[in-house]
Design a protein around this ligand. Structure first.
Ligand code: ATP
Ligand code: MG
Length: 318
């Protein structure tokens, strides 16, 4: 296991991006650098940390954890739905089938929590019982399990904020054809059930997560794309302390980015203007959490790949 000082030493080498002009124009998401090549999408997961919809700093080994954890889940869930992975030529790189992403983020929630306006708890606390086309029972407390996991889709907004959707909206607005939406719903619930089971064996609770699906011309069907059950796309709580903490009115111990949002919020930053720089200690704590989740979920020791990562990735791809 990497130690605190190993991660501090890695900070100056954390991967901010990879320039490979030989592969064509670079497309940059918030976290990934992407190159498109005849039906394939090269996804390089960097160490960029996003929060408040912007990049706030670099976290050593985060890119490797996300890429290898997604690879683990894609492999483990191939019996539920086919996915975009063609190969993983480097710890930070996945070569995927280029798909046509549906303009819907498929969020599945097993618990009622959150603070943002797309979260269930935000509305429930204000008395709302009907949203996303779902009916919620009375009497739930923050961080309680839902009677059963639910799908709460949102638009995948290219600009601005994500908008809540119901199944009827998705069909009426023809965002996804009905038969494909049905396949997607079934896959999403099965993926979530499987994810919860694996998480539970690792003494974690998979609280909620976001899936993306895309149409694959190769496979002639919807497939799972992007990333799966990572701390960037999911909330994880420690199972062991959940009951006790929630019973005492405390927040569950989390392994997601919530502690970073809280640190910024405590300093009065809520997403307006330039964020204060990510402090070294916060980057180290984030790195350790990402690595810990990886080890718990996969049951494998994390094997840090060599820094600097740029030359290594270039060699794997060219
Ligand atoms: N197989 C695939 N085919 C097509 N697009 C994909 C595939 N897998 C992932 N994507 C897209 O690639 C991008 C991944 O980059 P990244 O995660 O950095 O983006 P993001 O910050 O989450 O979102 P944005 O694209 O809005 O910046 C996402 O837009 C995702 O929808
Ligand atoms: Mg993303």
């Amino acid at each position: 296991m990497l130690k605190h000082e190993d991660i501090i030493a890695a900070i100056p080498h954390a991967l901010s991006g990879v320039d490979l002009p030989e592969l064509g124009p670079r497309i940059s998401g918030k976290v990934r650098d992407i190159y498109r090549q005849n039906g394939r999408r090269v996804l390089i997961t960097t160490d960029r940390l996003s929060a408040f919809d912007r990049i706030i700093g670099l976290v050593p080994y985060k890119g490797q954890v996300l890429n290898q954890l997604s690879a683990f889940w894609f492999d483990a869930t191939a019996h539920i739905i086919p996915n975009h992975v063609l190969s993983v030529p480097d710890p930070n790189v996945t070569v995927a089938r280029e798909c046509r992403p549906y303009p819907v983020e498929v969020i599945v929630r097993g618990y009622i929590t959150g603070v943002t306006t797309t979260s269930l708890w935000y509305h429930y606390e204000r008395g709302v019982r009907e949203l996303y086309g779902l009916r919620l029972p009375d009497g739930l407390q923050k961080n309680d399990p839902l009677p059963q996991p639910v799908i709460t889709p949102t638009t995948k907004a290219t600009t601005g904020h994500d908008e809540r959707l119901t199944r009827d909206d998705i069909l009426a607005r023809k965002l996804v054809p009905p038969d494909q939406w049905e396949q997607i719903e079934r896959a999403a619930l099965a993926l979530f059930a499987y994810g919860q089971e694996v998480a539970r064996r690792a003494e974690l609770i998979l609280v909620d997560t976001k899936y993306e699906f895309g149409w694959s011309d190769d496979l002639n069907r919807p497939v799972l794309i992007d990333e799966v059950h990572t701390p960037d796309s999911s909330r994880f709580w420690r199972a062991e302390t959940y009951e006790e903490r929630v019973g005492a009115g405390l927040e569950p111990q989390n392994f997601d980015k919530e502690f970073i949002r809280l640190w910024y919020a405590a300093r009065g930053y809520r997403g307006e203007g330039e964020p204060p720089p990510l402090p070294v200690e916060l980057a180290v704590q984030a790195s350790l959490r990402y690595i810990t989740v990886y080890e718990m979920l996969t049951g494998r020791p994390f094997e840090p790949a060599a820094y600097p990562a740029g030359p290594r990735i270039r060699e794997a791809l060219l």
